[in-house]
Design a protein around this ligand. Sequence first.
Ligand code: 5GP
Length: 129
Amino acid sequence: MSIFTKIINGEIPSYKVAENNDFIAFLDINPNAKGHTLVVPKKEENKIFDLSKDEYSALMDFSYRVAKALEKTIACKRIGMSVIGLEVPHVHVHLIPINSMADMQFQQKVKLSNDEFVELAKLIADNFV
Ligand code: 5GP
């Protein structure tokens, strides 16, 4: 079982920003930038291109809605998107509010307190439609 399935099952906590029957979005615990969010299908699949075309399209639709909420919440130049999965083998889309290429490089990290994560997740969730 992946760590993200444990989050989906409520076995470990997360700073959730959006959820429906098929997907969940929560803040990355070690963010590249403030608002770095992971969008995860509840069905545990390792690689994104092993999803069916319908599952892939639905993931992109949900990610679009989360990205719109991030744009409303975080001052940034744009929302960067990437899919990697080398650390956690459970499909997830990284949505990252970026101001420079460095924000996409998974090297510079931002430290946030628990209170800052809680507040940020609430602001994003309030802007999710
Ligand atoms: P990837 O698998 O795409 O290389 O990276 C996995 C991402 O998941 C990393 O950005 C890492 O910080 C994040 N991550 C790993 N474990 C957890 C966790 O338990 N909770 C949260 N919210 N994020 C995690």
